[in-house]
Design a protein around this ligand. Structure first.
Ligand code: KIV
Ligand code: NA
Length: 271
């Protein structure tokens, strides 16, 4: 039985055995992933994956807190990190602290994650020095989809130096780890070499110190997935099959059977 993962323990795994990370939005998924993962991220991808939004921009602090509460109830060993949603941290370090401290107080998570590099370094420093560990998120930043014109991987060599500067800036500011999303392999390699904190890749090759995937993508429960996702399950097909057999049983009056039915009880006791 592993002991609870902490921020210093997680950070000390730089360059060692790769760190296993997954998203979780609910207590039951957290309970399953907690048996195998070092870190559970309550990602703002929940807006798209379980609330059917077209992107992550509509996700609120209340969404993150509600799902964060569910995940901390289901997780015993993994480090639980909650995403700061769009609009909750960009305005100022003070506003970010106000919202991040609510997330920590109300969910019991250990750390928060926020998107941004050089421009968010002062905010990361402000939180980290006041008791809130921060995981940074650089490269493809989904909350910047409108300025970037979509979800665009960083492949063009002309863009690489800026991303390496982002990595160094968030490390200097005190981030304990960095999610590196959607970058070409040589850039992921250079970022990982450039910083002393673990890089956690998503669509960022095996050159990172760990990996993260969205649980629903990984188990085959979300219809459209990017090419960097490997599917380890076919949960949508399994669930579809279960629902279709249930529907057929109900229509045929084959469910509920006798074993699912309460017998009458003599006497006055209710129940
Ligand atoms: O929101 C999310 O799920 C994320 C991970 C994919 C890194 O930010
Ligand atoms: Na996110």
């Amino acid at each position: 039985r592993r002991s609870r993962m902490t921020v210093p323990k997680f950070a000390s795994r730089k360059g060692g055995e790769p760190l296993v990370c997954l998203t979780a939005y609910t207590a039951h998924v957290a309970r399953i992933c907690d048996r195998h993962a070092d870190l559970l991220l309550v990602g703002d991808s929940l807006g798209m994956v379980i609330h059917g939004m077209p992107n992550t921009l509509g996700v609120t602090l209340e969404h993150m807190i509600m799902h964060g509460q569910a995940v901390t109830r289901g997780a015993e060993k993994a480090l639980v990190v909650v995403d700061m949603p769009f609009g909750s941290f960009e305005e100022s370090p003070e506003a970010a602290f106000r919202n991040a401290s609510r997330v920590v107080k109300e969910t019991g998570c250990t750390a928060v994650k926020l998107e941004g590099g050089v421009e968010m370094a002062p905010t990361i420093r402000y939180l980290a020095r006041r008791g809130i560990p921060v995981m940074a998120h650089i490269g493809l930043m989904p909350q910047a989809m409108n300025t970037a014109g979509g979800f665009r991987a960083v492949r063009d060599e002309a863009q690489w130096d800026a991303v390496i500067e982002d990595a160094k800036a968030v490390e200097q500011a005190g981030a304990f780890s960095i999610v590196v999303e959607g970058v070409a392999e040589p850039l992921a390699d250079r970022i990982t070499q450039a910083v002393a904190i673990p890089t956690i890749g998503i669509g960022a090759s095996a050159k990172c110190d760990g990996q993260i995937l969205v649980f629903e993508d990984m188990v085959g429960l979300f219809p459209r997935v990017p090419t960097f996702v490997k599917r380890y399950g076919a949960m949508e097909a399994m669930m579809d099959d279960a629902v279709s057999r249930y529907a057929a049983d109900v229509r045929a009056r084959a469910f509920p059977g006798e074993e699912h039915t309460y017998a009458a009880r003599r006497g006055g006791d209710a129940g």
